[in-house]
Design a protein around this ligand. Structure first.
Ligand SMILES: Cc1cc2nc3c(=O)[nH]c(=O)nc-3n(C[C@H](O)[C@H](O)[C@H](O)COP(=O)(O)O)c2cc1C
Length: 204
């Protein structure tokens, strides 16, 4: 297993005003070809799922989560990121690193799983959000299943807003074959499932 990739420290200053970002946010499905700098990926991941506080032993994140259970993990499928081999990584929010899972053209597999949506491959990155179901159902029972999808919506919106503020285009993706997508990112489809995804690349 290759070493973890230490991401540049995210910034919490500057950027576009929130009102402008909310006005500008749109789903963008076509991207420029410049590789995404690693600091942009870092900022994006932090905005999506970064640790921003603590409540006792619990780490609190940018996006809210029912009961602070945080069932969602971020899989990063890198297609064109400066300094990063194309492939599948897992974002480790605790220490803001990327754990390499496998190299290769995973973007093509994600495209096939997403019913041929080529933006999964033409984007700099496609984020694939998986949910570890017992994190939420362990506390809330069946009701926790619904919370997982509500949590995912918040994570997706944070990604849209962060990408817009960074001058990048984003499109979230809910249309995919569950089995194929689970397989592409190596989750079992029972305890852990893919719930949502988003492609992000330079706005043209
Ligand atoms: C849950 C969800 C799933 C979506 N799935 C897809 C998708 O699979 N492919 C796609 O091109 N757009 C997808 N979208 C984006 C919507 O098509 C888009 O938000 C809608 O057309 C409104 O356009 P706007 O985001 O530019 O305002 C999805 C959006 C949401 C919220």
């Amino acid at each position: 297993m290759a070493d973890a990739v230490i991401l540049p420290r995210p910034t919490t200053e500057g950027g576009q005003p929130i009102w402008q970002v909310l006005t500008d946010r749109r789903s963008v499905r076509h991207y420029g070809s410049d590789p995404m700098p690693l600091d942009v990926l870092s900022q994006l991941l932090w905005s999506t799922h970064g640790v921003t506080g603590h409540a006792g032993a619990t780490e609190l994140r940018n996006a809210p989560s029912a009961g602070a259970c945080y069932p969602i993990d971020v899989q990063v499928v890198a297609n064109s990121v400066a300094g990063l081999d194309p492939g599948h990584y897992r974002y480790v929010a605790d220490d803001h690193t990327l754990l390499p899972i496998r190299k290769g053209d995973v973007g093509a597999e994600i495209t096939a799983a997403a019913l041929g949506q080529t933006m999964c491959k033409t984007a700099s990155v496609t984020l694939v959000w998986t949910a570890v179901i017992p994190r939420t159902t362990g506390r809330y029972g069946d009701r926790g299943r619904r919370y997982i999808f509500l949590d995912a919506g918040h994570v997706g919106q944070n990604t849209y807003l962060a990408a817009t503020a960074l001058g990048y285009g984003c499109c979230t993706i809910g249309a995919f074959d569950d089995g194929a997508m689970n397989e592409a990112v190596g989750v079992d489809g029972k305890i852990e499932i893919v719930v949502y995804a988003a492609s992000v690349g330079p706005a043209e």
